[in-house]
Ligand binder design. Structure first.
Ligand code: SF4
Ligand code: SF4
Ligand SMILES: [Zn+2]
Length: 274
Protein backbone atom coordinates (compact mmCIF):
# COMPACT_ATOMS: atom_id res chain seq x y z
CA UNK A 1 0.00 0.00 0.00
CA UNK A 2 1.35 3.45 -0.96
CA UNK A 3 0.44 6.84 0.42
CA UNK A 4 1.20 9.96 -1.64
CA UNK A 5 0.57 13.47 -0.32
CA UNK A 6 -0.36 16.29 -2.67
CA UNK A 7 -0.82 18.71 0.24
CA UNK A 8 0.29 18.51 3.86
CA UNK A 9 0.41 21.37 6.34
CA UNK A 10 -0.71 21.70 9.97
CA UNK A 11 -4.39 22.05 9.12
CA UNK A 12 -5.07 20.24 5.81
CA UNK A 13 -3.87 17.00 4.21
CA UNK A 14 -4.77 15.75 0.75
CA UNK A 15 -3.38 12.33 -0.10
CA UNK A 16 -3.95 9.27 -2.25
CA UNK A 17 -3.76 5.69 -0.99
CA UNK A 18 -2.90 3.11 -3.66
CA UNK A 19 -3.58 -0.61 -3.32
CA UNK A 20 -6.20 -0.41 -0.56
CA UNK A 21 -9.78 -1.69 -0.29
CA UNK A 22 -12.97 0.31 0.31
CA UNK A 23 -13.19 -1.34 3.76
CA UNK A 24 -9.71 -0.11 4.71
CA UNK A 25 -10.41 3.42 3.40
CA UNK A 26 -13.57 3.61 5.47
CA UNK A 27 -11.81 2.19 8.54
CA UNK A 28 -9.18 4.93 8.24
CA UNK A 29 -11.83 7.64 7.86
CA UNK A 30 -13.76 6.42 10.89
CA UNK A 31 -10.58 6.05 12.92
CA UNK A 32 -9.51 9.66 12.19
CA UNK A 33 -12.95 10.96 13.21
CA UNK A 34 -13.69 8.78 16.21
CA UNK A 35 -10.52 7.19 17.59
CA UNK A 36 -8.06 10.08 17.95
CA UNK A 37 -8.59 11.80 21.31
CA UNK A 38 -8.67 15.56 21.97
CA UNK A 39 -9.52 17.96 24.79
CA UNK A 40 -13.03 19.44 24.96
CA UNK A 41 -15.03 21.10 27.72
CA UNK A 42 -17.22 18.54 29.49
CA UNK A 43 -18.21 19.91 32.94
CA UNK A 44 -19.24 23.47 33.72
CA UNK A 45 -19.99 25.13 37.03
CA UNK A 46 -22.00 28.30 36.37
CA UNK A 47 -21.79 30.84 39.20
CA UNK A 48 -23.66 33.62 37.42
CA UNK A 49 -25.50 33.79 34.10
CA UNK A 50 -27.76 36.78 33.50
CA UNK A 51 -27.29 36.60 29.71
CA UNK A 52 -30.06 35.79 27.22
CA UNK A 53 -28.80 32.19 26.83
CA UNK A 54 -29.95 29.30 29.01
CA UNK A 55 -27.16 27.59 30.96
CA UNK A 56 -27.52 24.47 28.76
CA UNK A 57 -27.00 26.38 25.50
CA UNK A 58 -24.04 28.24 26.97
CA UNK A 59 -22.55 24.89 28.04
CA UNK A 60 -23.11 23.41 24.57
CA UNK A 61 -21.39 26.36 22.88
CA UNK A 62 -18.41 26.09 25.21
CA UNK A 63 -18.15 22.33 24.58
CA UNK A 64 -17.78 22.84 20.83
CA UNK A 65 -14.74 25.17 21.10
CA UNK A 66 -11.64 23.30 19.82
CA UNK A 67 -8.76 23.24 22.31
CA UNK A 68 -5.06 22.73 21.48
CA UNK A 69 -4.19 19.24 22.73
CA UNK A 70 -0.70 17.93 23.43
CA UNK A 71 -1.18 14.16 23.58
CA UNK A 72 2.35 13.67 24.95
CA UNK A 73 1.08 15.46 28.06
CA UNK A 74 -2.57 14.43 28.20
CA UNK A 75 -4.24 11.04 27.92
CA UNK A 76 -7.90 10.02 27.72
CA UNK A 77 -9.54 9.90 31.14
CA UNK A 78 -10.44 6.23 30.82
CA UNK A 79 -6.72 5.33 30.35
CA UNK A 80 -5.32 7.87 32.85
CA UNK A 81 -3.48 6.81 35.99
CA UNK A 82 -6.11 8.72 38.05
CA UNK A 83 -8.63 6.03 37.10
CA UNK A 84 -11.03 8.53 35.52
CA UNK A 85 -11.40 10.82 38.55
CA UNK A 86 -9.68 13.73 36.79
CA UNK A 87 -6.11 14.94 37.24
CA UNK A 88 -3.63 17.23 35.41
CA UNK A 89 -2.82 14.29 33.10
CA UNK A 90 -6.32 14.19 31.57
CA UNK A 91 -8.07 17.40 32.60
CA UNK A 92 -7.68 21.18 32.18
CA UNK A 93 -9.67 23.82 34.05
CA UNK A 94 -10.79 27.12 32.53
CA UNK A 95 -12.39 30.16 34.11
CA UNK A 96 -14.51 32.80 32.42
CA UNK A 97 -15.71 36.04 33.96
CA UNK A 98 -17.29 38.70 31.74
CA UNK A 99 -19.64 41.63 32.12
CA UNK A 100 -21.56 43.50 29.39
CA UNK A 101 -21.66 45.34 27.17
CA UNK A 102 -19.30 42.89 25.48
CA UNK A 103 -19.04 40.07 22.95
CA UNK A 104 -17.68 37.16 24.98
CA UNK A 105 -15.33 35.04 22.88
CA UNK A 106 -13.14 31.95 23.31
CA UNK A 107 -10.26 34.35 24.09
CA UNK A 108 -12.02 35.17 27.39
CA UNK A 109 -11.54 31.58 28.60
CA UNK A 110 -8.53 31.53 30.92
CA UNK A 111 -6.78 28.16 30.95
CA UNK A 112 -4.82 26.74 33.89
CA UNK A 113 -2.41 25.33 31.28
CA UNK A 114 -1.07 28.03 28.92
CA UNK A 115 -0.44 25.32 26.27
CA UNK A 116 -4.03 23.99 26.36
CA UNK A 117 -5.95 27.02 25.09
CA UNK A 118 -8.74 27.48 22.53
CA UNK A 119 -7.42 27.08 18.97
CA UNK A 120 -8.76 30.55 18.08
CA UNK A 121 -9.49 33.39 20.48
CA UNK A 122 -12.25 35.02 18.41
CA UNK A 123 -14.95 32.33 18.47
CA UNK A 124 -18.14 34.12 19.65
CA UNK A 125 -19.80 32.58 22.72
CA UNK A 126 -22.42 35.15 23.83
CA UNK A 127 -23.16 38.83 23.40
CA UNK A 128 -23.75 40.52 26.76
CA UNK A 129 -25.76 43.72 27.07
CA UNK A 130 -25.22 46.40 29.74
CA UNK A 131 -25.38 44.85 33.21
CA UNK A 132 -25.44 41.19 32.06
CA UNK A 133 -22.83 38.83 33.49
CA UNK A 134 -21.39 35.38 32.96
CA UNK A 135 -19.10 33.82 35.55
CA UNK A 136 -18.20 30.15 35.29
CA UNK A 137 -15.58 27.45 35.69
CA UNK A 138 -15.21 24.80 32.99
CA UNK A 139 -13.35 21.50 32.95
CA UNK A 140 -12.04 20.09 29.68
CA UNK A 141 -11.15 16.41 29.49
CA UNK A 142 -9.55 14.19 26.88
CA UNK A 143 -11.96 11.84 25.17
CA UNK A 144 -12.87 10.40 21.74
CA UNK A 145 -15.04 11.60 18.85
CA UNK A 146 -16.96 8.30 19.03
CA UNK A 147 -18.30 9.55 22.41
CA UNK A 148 -19.36 13.01 21.18
CA UNK A 149 -18.67 15.18 18.11
CA UNK A 150 -16.97 17.81 20.31
CA UNK A 151 -13.99 15.46 20.70
CA UNK A 152 -13.58 14.90 16.95
CA UNK A 153 -10.21 16.35 15.83
CA UNK A 154 -11.41 16.78 12.22
CA UNK A 155 -13.66 19.34 10.58
CA UNK A 156 -13.75 17.64 7.19
CA UNK A 157 -12.66 14.05 6.75
CA UNK A 158 -13.65 12.13 3.64
CA UNK A 159 -12.46 10.23 0.62
CA UNK A 160 -13.51 9.29 -2.87
CA UNK A 161 -12.50 6.51 -5.20
CA UNK A 162 -9.95 7.60 -7.78
CA UNK A 163 -11.73 8.65 -11.01
CA UNK A 164 -10.75 6.91 -14.23
CA UNK A 165 -11.59 8.65 -17.51
CA UNK A 166 -11.52 6.63 -20.73
CA UNK A 167 -11.84 8.25 -24.15
CA UNK A 168 -12.63 6.03 -27.11
CA UNK A 169 -11.53 6.29 -30.74
CA UNK A 170 -15.09 7.43 -31.62
CA UNK A 171 -14.49 10.91 -30.16
CA UNK A 172 -14.86 13.47 -32.97
CA UNK A 173 -13.57 16.39 -30.88
CA UNK A 174 -16.87 18.31 -30.88
CA UNK A 175 -15.94 19.76 -27.44
CA UNK A 176 -19.42 19.53 -25.88
CA UNK A 177 -18.12 17.56 -22.89
CA UNK A 178 -15.33 20.13 -22.36
CA UNK A 179 -17.77 23.00 -21.91
CA UNK A 180 -20.03 20.89 -19.62
CA UNK A 181 -17.25 19.83 -17.23
CA UNK A 182 -17.55 21.87 -14.00
CA UNK A 183 -14.05 20.89 -12.84
CA UNK A 184 -12.16 21.99 -15.95
CA UNK A 185 -10.70 18.50 -16.34
CA UNK A 186 -11.01 18.17 -20.14
CA UNK A 187 -9.63 19.91 -23.21
CA UNK A 188 -9.52 19.37 -26.96
CA UNK A 189 -6.10 18.48 -28.31
CA UNK A 190 -5.30 17.14 -31.77
CA UNK A 191 -8.99 17.01 -32.71
CA UNK A 192 -9.94 14.80 -29.76
CA UNK A 193 -10.86 15.27 -26.12
CA UNK A 194 -8.11 14.62 -23.59
CA UNK A 195 -7.40 15.11 -19.89
CA UNK A 196 -5.72 18.41 -19.02
CA UNK A 197 -2.27 18.44 -17.48
CA UNK A 198 -1.43 21.45 -15.30
CA UNK A 199 2.09 21.97 -13.92
CA UNK A 200 2.96 18.41 -14.90
CA UNK A 201 -0.03 16.98 -12.97
CA UNK A 202 -3.00 15.28 -14.62
CA UNK A 203 -6.36 16.85 -13.69
CA UNK A 204 -8.00 13.39 -13.69
CA UNK A 205 -8.01 13.30 -9.88
CA UNK A 206 -10.09 16.52 -9.81
CA UNK A 207 -12.97 14.79 -11.63
CA UNK A 208 -16.04 14.66 -9.37
CA UNK A 209 -17.54 11.76 -11.35
CA UNK A 210 -20.65 13.85 -12.04
CA UNK A 211 -20.84 12.25 -15.53
CA UNK A 212 -22.06 15.47 -17.17
CA UNK A 213 -19.50 14.78 -19.90
CA UNK A 214 -21.09 11.41 -20.68
CA UNK A 215 -24.55 13.04 -20.88
CA UNK A 216 -23.20 15.81 -23.13
CA UNK A 217 -21.67 13.23 -25.45
CA UNK A 218 -24.91 11.20 -25.59
CA UNK A 219 -26.78 14.44 -26.45
CA UNK A 220 -24.83 14.49 -29.73
CA UNK A 221 -27.04 11.52 -30.68
CA UNK A 222 -24.30 8.95 -30.69
CA UNK A 223 -25.27 5.43 -29.59
CA UNK A 224 -22.56 5.18 -26.99
CA UNK A 225 -20.68 7.94 -25.19
CA UNK A 226 -17.11 8.36 -26.43
CA UNK A 227 -16.08 9.36 -22.91
CA UNK A 228 -16.57 6.99 -19.96
CA UNK A 229 -16.18 7.72 -16.26
CA UNK A 230 -15.32 4.90 -13.85
CA UNK A 231 -13.90 4.61 -10.36
CA UNK A 232 -10.80 2.69 -9.28
CA UNK A 233 -11.80 0.94 -6.06
CA UNK A 234 -8.17 0.30 -5.09
CA UNK A 235 -7.13 3.98 -5.07
CA UNK A 236 -8.64 6.59 -2.75
CA UNK A 237 -8.24 10.36 -2.53
CA UNK A 238 -8.54 11.64 1.04
CA UNK A 239 -9.07 15.19 2.24
CA UNK A 240 -8.62 15.72 5.98
CA UNK A 241 -8.94 19.05 7.74
CA UNK A 242 -8.01 19.43 11.42
CA UNK A 243 -10.02 21.67 13.77
CA UNK A 244 -6.66 22.87 15.10
CA UNK A 245 -6.63 20.74 18.27
CA UNK A 246 -3.98 18.47 16.71
CA UNK A 247 -1.74 18.77 13.61
CA UNK A 248 -3.36 16.86 10.75
CA UNK A 249 -0.29 14.60 10.35
CA UNK A 250 -0.68 13.45 13.96
CA UNK A 251 -4.38 12.70 13.34
CA UNK A 252 -3.49 10.42 10.40
CA UNK A 253 -0.63 8.71 12.27
CA UNK A 254 -2.70 8.08 15.40
CA UNK A 255 -5.63 6.79 13.34
CA UNK A 256 -3.35 4.31 11.54
CA UNK A 257 -1.78 3.23 14.86
CA UNK A 258 -5.29 2.64 16.22
CA UNK A 259 -6.12 0.33 13.28
CA UNK A 260 -2.82 -1.49 13.82
CA UNK A 261 -3.45 -1.90 17.54
CA UNK A 262 -7.01 -3.28 17.17
CA UNK A 263 -5.78 -5.63 14.44
CA UNK A 264 -3.03 -6.90 16.77
CA UNK A 265 -5.60 -7.37 19.55
CA UNK A 266 -7.73 -9.42 17.15
CA UNK A 267 -4.77 -11.58 16.12
CA UNK A 268 -3.92 -12.18 19.80
CA UNK A 269 -7.53 -13.10 20.53
CA UNK A 270 -7.57 -15.48 17.56
CA UNK A 271 -4.35 -17.16 18.65
CA UNK A 272 -5.63 -17.55 22.22
CA UNK A 273 -8.76 -19.18 20.85
CA UNK A 274 -6.82 -21.72 18.76
S1 SF4 B 1 -17.40 13.34 -14.71
FE1 SF4 B 1 -17.86 15.52 -14.38
S2 SF4 B 1 -15.97 16.35 -13.49
FE2 SF4 B 1 -15.45 14.35 -14.36
S3 SF4 B 1 -14.67 14.82 -16.40
FE3 SF4 B 1 -16.87 14.37 -16.59
S4 SF4 B 1 -17.88 16.36 -16.44
FE4 SF4 B 1 -15.79 16.64 -15.69
S1 SF4 C 1 -18.75 15.17 -26.43
FE1 SF4 C 1 -18.09 13.09 -27.05
S2 SF4 C 1 -17.44 13.31 -29.15
FE2 SF4 C 1 -17.56 15.39 -28.34
S3 SF4 C 1 -15.47 15.81 -27.61
FE3 SF4 C 1 -16.59 14.94 -25.89
S4 SF4 C 1 -16.18 12.75 -25.94
FE4 SF4 C 1 -15.60 13.59 -27.93
ZN1 LIG D 1 -6.31 11.71 35.03
Amino acid sequence: MDLVFSRLDDSVARFTIHGATPAFANALRRSMIGEVPTLAIEDIRIYDNTSVLFDEILAHRLGMIPIKTDLSQYSPRADCSCGGVGCPGCTVTFTLSAEGPKMVTSGDLISMDPKATPVLDNIPIIKLWEGQKVVLEATAEVNYGKEHAKWEPTLACGYKEFPVITISENCDGCGKCVSECPRDVLEIADGKVSIRVVNGESKEKDCSMCRLCETACLDTEVEESAIKIDADSTRFIFVVESDGSLPVKEIIERALLHIKSVSTDLIDALQEGL
